[in-house]
Design a binder for this molecule. Structure first.
Ligand SMILES: [Zn+2]
Length: 166
């Protein structure tokens, strides 16, 4: 591929990674629609990192999560009262659930480097058939600072223009 192909909008799968212009949006929400997200990434769906966290919370929800450090993410809530920010363990992240229907949509953290989040793929509004198989992930041995550094590096930056969940 030459550079002309890049500027004329050719979408070769191996070039999307470095092309913000090639970003696609993926919406998700809880079952009743009160709490949701928009995830933007230039990665092809087949390249997403799909993680099956082995903690009790994620296993109990059957959650599969993804993030893209080069993408962006925003959470929203139709009314703030319906957003349940659940904290457990080291209490370093907010796990975002709908108070009305109980669905877990994603999680977010705030550190001195900014705000970052992950989405629960089970809350996507469209079924993505090219999703890779999930990789089990066990973070139980991490210290709280290791956990924060990992999330800063791997999670998706939250958009600054204001989610109501922020
Ligand atoms: Zn709901």
């Amino acid at each position: 591929m030459n550079s002309l192909a890049l500027t004329t909008g050719a979408r070769h799968p191996f070039q999307q990674r470095d092309m913000p212009a090639g970003r696609q949006s993926f919406d998700g929400s809880c079952h009743c629609g009160a709490v949701g997200f928009t995830f933007r990434t230039a990665l092809a769906v087949s390249e997403w990192s799909v993680r099956a966290c082995q903690c009790r919370f994620c296993r109990s929800h059957g959650a599969l999560t993804t993030s893209d450090p080069a993408g962006s993410l925003s959470f929203r809530a139709s009314t703030p009262e319906l957003l349940n920010r659940y904290r457990f363990g080291m209490k370093t992240a907010d796990f975002l659930l709908c108070r009305r229907c109980g669905v877990y949509v994603g999680a977010q953290i705030e550190t001195d480097r900014g705000r970052f989040g992950i989405i629960n793929l089970a809350a996507l509004t469209t079924v993505l058939r090219q999703l890779p198989a999930a990789t089990p992930a066990d973070y139980a041995a991490e210290s709280s600072s290791e956990r924060a550094r990992r999330r800063e590096q791997r999670w998706t930056p939250l958009e600054s223009d204001g989610s109501q969940a922020a």
